[in-house]
Design a protein around this ligand. Structure first.
Ligand SMILES: N[C@@H](CCC(=O)N[C@@H](CS)C(=O)NCC(=O)O)C(=O)O
Length: 199
């Protein structure tokens, strides 16, 4: 049994989707970020950085934070959604890490600055937004030739990316038809729907 400490954010959702896709037995513990529950003494004992998601794999006495590390751990644990041969695995990790180190960080910071009240942040926000569009252009091109991000095989690269993409508006997707097609394909998976709706 795995305990999942989470909230309805992109980082939380990708872990819930992975647990559902792997058909693992897990229990959800809601950590209400708006009420500051991530900073309680009890939660800080689990994750001293005071952030979700966290899983506890009771079978292994393992406490794990960082959504990307959790996805990778669950993929290795179940042998699912990551290729076995080293070349295909390297390509999955290429796209998985493209999400973790480029898309997630840039989009998160752009979102923060765009929604800031401070005029002086507008230029920085625009620069980050342009960068996000640049990443999406590359991502769209990959999907013009592949059903999923790597070798037409649904993998942790797709699971990691989806919650960052859901939530962007329709105008945005007019520009990126292949991302829009991929998004609908991934969203049609019952496990994805269950994972997106756990909270
Ligand atoms: N790199 C981490 C980011 C974790 C993170 O920033 N979590 C946010 C929610 S998406 C959080 O718990 N924020 C609460 C806070 O900063 O107080 C991951 O991928 O899990």
């Amino acid at each position: 049994m795995i305990d999942l400490y989470t909230y309805a954010t992109s980082n939380g959702k990708r872990v819930a989707i992975m647990l559902e896709e792997c058909d693992l037995d897990y229990q959800v513990h809601k950590v209400d970020l708006r009420r500051g529950e991530q900073k309680t003494t009890e939660f800080l004992q689990l994750n001293p950085s005071g952030r979700i998601p966290v899983i506890v794999d009771n079978e292994k006495s393992l406490v794990l934070t960082q959504s990307s590390a959790i996805l990778l751990y669950l993929a290795e644990k179940t042998g699912r959604f990551i290729a076995n041969d080293s070349i295909s695995k390297a390509k999955v990790l290429e796209w998985f890490l493209f999400h973790a180190t480029d898309v997630a960080i840039t989009s998160g910071n752009a979102f923060y600055l765009i929604n800031s009240e401070w005029l002086e942040y507008r230029e920085s926000a625009q620069r980050l937004k342009d960068r996000v569009y640049d990443w999406y252009q590359y991502f769209n091109q990959q999907l013009s030739e592949n059903k999923f991000l790597v070798d037409n095989q649904y993998s942790i690269a797709d699971i990691a990316m989806l919650p960052s993409v859901v939530g962007n508006d329709d105008v945005f997707f007019d520009k990126y038809a292949h991302i829009a097609r991929w998004k609908d394909e991934v969203l049609s998976r019952p496990a994805v729907q269950r994972g997106l709706n756990i909270i």
